[in-house]
Ligand binder design. Sequence first.
Ligand code: GAL
Length: 420
Amino acid sequence: MYFSALARTMAAAFALCASAALHAGEVEVLHYWTSGGEAKSVAELKDMMGKRGHTWKDFTVTGGGGQNAMAVLKQRVLAGNAPAAANIKGPAIQEWAELNVLTNLDAMASFEKWDEALPKVVADQMKYKGRYVAVPVNVHRVNWLWANSAVLKKAGVAALPKTYDEFFAAADKIKAAGFIPVAHGGQDWQDFTVFESVVLGVGGTALYDKALVKLDRAAMTSDEMKKSLEIFRRIKSYTDANSNGRDWNVTTEMVINGKAGFQFMGDWAKGEFLAAGQTPGKEFTCSAAPGTANAYTFNVDSFAMFQLKSWEAQKAQGYLAYLLMGKEFQEKFNLRKGSIPVRLGMNMEKFDDCAKTSSKDFVATSASGALVPSVAHGMALSSSQQAAMRAAVSEFWNNDKLSVSEAVAKLVAVSAPKQK
Ligand code: GAL
């Protein structure tokens, strides 16, 4: 059995790696972490692999959200030339595992007690038919609103907006003061990042879960959904004319350098503020997107491990898997990435207030049931469903002539396969 042979290989590789890098290998890793903050985070990993004598081979495909990377990965795997690891998330892990191209990490997972070290919701996503095939590195919170403190002060915005009424009042003041109220990058995954935060803010986790995760027709056609679309469209009127196609990190830069007041984005944006030498609570602030303080959209970056032929490559891959779940990596990487460690029971002392809030809210919402998967970031739907939903939402964002009812009809139509 291929699986059990691989399990033995992984266990042996792990035993070797844990002692010393007697036989170092090369590990090729597909990722899309190319922005300033992301590059600094991944450098930590390269460095840690290098210290064990393994060679890191970067397989980077630019493009926020990873859609380009997934397309390139498909070509490589179909050509029989898979990398050792690839940043694949959520249900897509299952899609790859079904093709029987991923390796079984169970030997290491049980030796290292991954089941105990991870929240169950995350561990389940890493497994295919009960076996680990991927390793998680972090938890990103998506429902954040970033703000430039100086811009808000100059515009006379005294408090961070907790509701959409407050948000639009603040946006008006920022506009009147001569700044761009909302920095936005017009790419479908960024449009959806804003959209899902609005749905969460307007209808809470109940609407979010029913309409966006379960694709329930009644929820999708509800008044709350229509209100969400109206607010989403109104947000657009506070963005600048050049947003079309803009990369997310270039968008964050507009907030960093004081051109814009706000950005709706997950906390990888914090990695950019930090890389620019800024401090949360001083030059910039993080707050939950309006209406979402008691909810949490999670996005877990993880590396799926592919079946490899060479023994050296398998050993380097085994060490990578071991390293990713280790406390040292989880701390160093997440301090730069903007996310929090996915490993439970980590000491958060070195982390900033945004990360501490995220960590506290992750625990609280997983207890209250208000922890929901980010649809924009591939945590909830199949790749094809997600792409169809994204396209429908972006069409609405880009085409002002499309009415709210037409947008609702499109969302219902594209999500039809999952309907009850
Ligand atoms: C997310 C990913 C993050 C970050 C961001 C921008 O989907 O989980 O790690 O890279 O996209 O590319």
